[in-house]
Design a protein around this ligand. Structure first.
Ligand code: ASP
Ligand code: MG
Length: 440
């Protein structure tokens, strides 16, 4: 007998047949004695269709009206799923974000959840009903009922936040894939289903662009210790558990904004290889990194800077132990990248630098908030730390700096982002994590 939050994505509720299947699954779980909150997305490609409609009316639609429009997709799904459950004899009630009391920031189209009122959810659960909640939406002001949305793909975030607020036993994300797959061809010839992955590893995948789960959902699961599983809504296969270490009780107020950055990481095992004055023409980077990949050299950050005239500098960082190999590859390709006719004698020059470090800030709270990266740069500047290279992803900003300045940079960043205590453990590099996941 558990309290379970089950989230069904757009394809899982994409047609009447699919909705009936979902209702069947939910009602079976309910009949087994569990209390269930269902969170649904809009049917199929409904949200895309609504975005398109708006674009036909206005090039730059008002964000408040976009939320008014996009939130309707989920409202259709909740009503239909509730009806389907009732058809099966399972008592159910649908609720919009406003009816539940999912309170968000006033940032239309990308609001973060501040808190979730649980009274109405709990009341209906106690009445023996399945509560079907619209994902992706909330309200920014309980008095004025201003509808907000959480950003595309946000219903995962709704589901995990509701699970955290209700202290549910677990949260199931039903989707159209069997779970989380590894697709790194360097590690496995074909994609393999993982039975388990940690939230930190999941976020690392997200920072590399893998779109499996909304990173904000993963972050809430980790911060509140919500057991999370990603499964197929077509089968009964167990899917992939996304695990988190035990957490201390944490306030449910300001659920998503308490900390935009939740870790500062550093890595001093980095070296930089730079190719100076490579010709500025299409195909040069492809050729260089093609060769590097063929030699199996794993590159981390890449930066290209433009010169006046017709050359560029391209620099990349590697894990120090493979520096000799990386340098050899760069040296071998440099003559091939020789500048063309206009300056035939000029040859790309290879330069290596060993005493560098990479410092990164990470956290799903920085999605769509450029101010967070700006604060990192300002903090490093105030600490007198020079930034040599920068790379960013949705949930991470990394800077290459001098190794001797690393400790000072980390201390300044921890202070600026309020991370002094407790110490956040270093996220394992992806490759290490992935290797671990593959060993049976
Ligand atoms: N319907 C919304 C979207 O398509 C939210 C979601 O599906 O998670 O982005
Ligand atoms: Mg989705």
């Amino acid at each position: 007998m558990s309290l379970i939050v089950q989230k069904f994505g757009g394809t899982s509720v994409g047609s009447v047949e699919r909705i009936v299947c979902v209702a069947q699954r939910v009602s079976n779980t309910a009949k087994a004695g569990n209390s269930i909150v269902v969170v649904v997305s809009a049917m199929g490609k409904t949200t895309d269709g609504l975005v398109k409609l708006a674009a036909e009316i206005s090039k730059n639609p008002c964000r408040r009206e976009m939320d008014m429009l996009l939130s309707t997709g989920e409202q259709v799904s909740i009503a239909l799923v509730s009806m389907a459950l009732q058809e099966l004899g399972q008592p159910a009630i649908s609720l919009t974000g406003a009816q539940v009391g999912i309170v968000t920031e006033a940032e239309h189209t990308r609001a973060r959840i501040l808190h979730i009122q649980t009274e109405r959810l709990t009341k209906h659960l106690q009445e023996g009903k399945v509560v079907v909640v619209a994902g992706f939406q909330g309200i920014s002001r309980t008095d004025a009922l201003e509808i907000t949305t959480l950003g595309r793909g946000g219903s995962d975030t709704s589901a995990v936040a509701i699970a955290a607020a209700l202290k549910a036993d677990f949260c199931e994300i039903y989707t159209d894939v069997p779970g989380i797959l590894t697709t790194d061809p360097r590690l496995v010839p074909e994609a393999q289903l993982m039975s388990e992955i940690t939230c930190d590893e999941m976020l690392e995948l997200a920072s590399l662009g893998a779109k499996v789960l909304h990173p904000r959902a993963v972050e809430i699961a980790r911060n509140y210790g919500v057991p999370l599983v990603v499964r197929s809504s077509w089968t009964d296969d167990p899917g992939t558990w996304v695990t988190s270490p035990p957490v201390k009780e944490r306030s449910l107020i300001n659920l998503e904004i308490a900390r935009p950055v939740d870790s500062v990481e550093s890595d001093t095992d980095q070296a930089k290889v730079a190719l100076l004055r490579v010709p500025d023409r299409p195909g040069v980077a492809a050729r260089l990194f093609g060769e590097i990949a063929r030699q199996d050299v794993d590159v981390d950050l890449i930066i290209q800077s433009i010169h006046e005239g017709n050359t560029n500098d391209i620099a990349f960082t590697v894990f120090t132990p493979i520096l000799p190999k990386a340098e050899a590859v760069a040296a071998a390709i440099a003559p091939v990248l020789r500048s063309h006719k206009s300056s035939p004698n000029e040859e790309a020059e290879v330069m290596v630098q060993q005493n560098i470090a990479k410092v990164s800030i990470a956290g799903a709270g920085m999605i769509g908030r450029p101010g967070v990266a700006a604060k990192m740069f300002a903090t490093l500047a105030a600490a007198g730390v020079n930034i040599q290279m920068i790379s960013t992803s949705e949930i991470k900003v990394s800077c290459v700096i001098a190794a001797q300045e690393c400790d000072r940079a980390v201390a300044a960043l921890k202070e600026a982002f309020d991370l002094d205590t407790p110490h956040t453990p270093h996220t394992p590099p992806l490759q290490e994590a992935a290797t671990r996941l593959h060993t049976p």
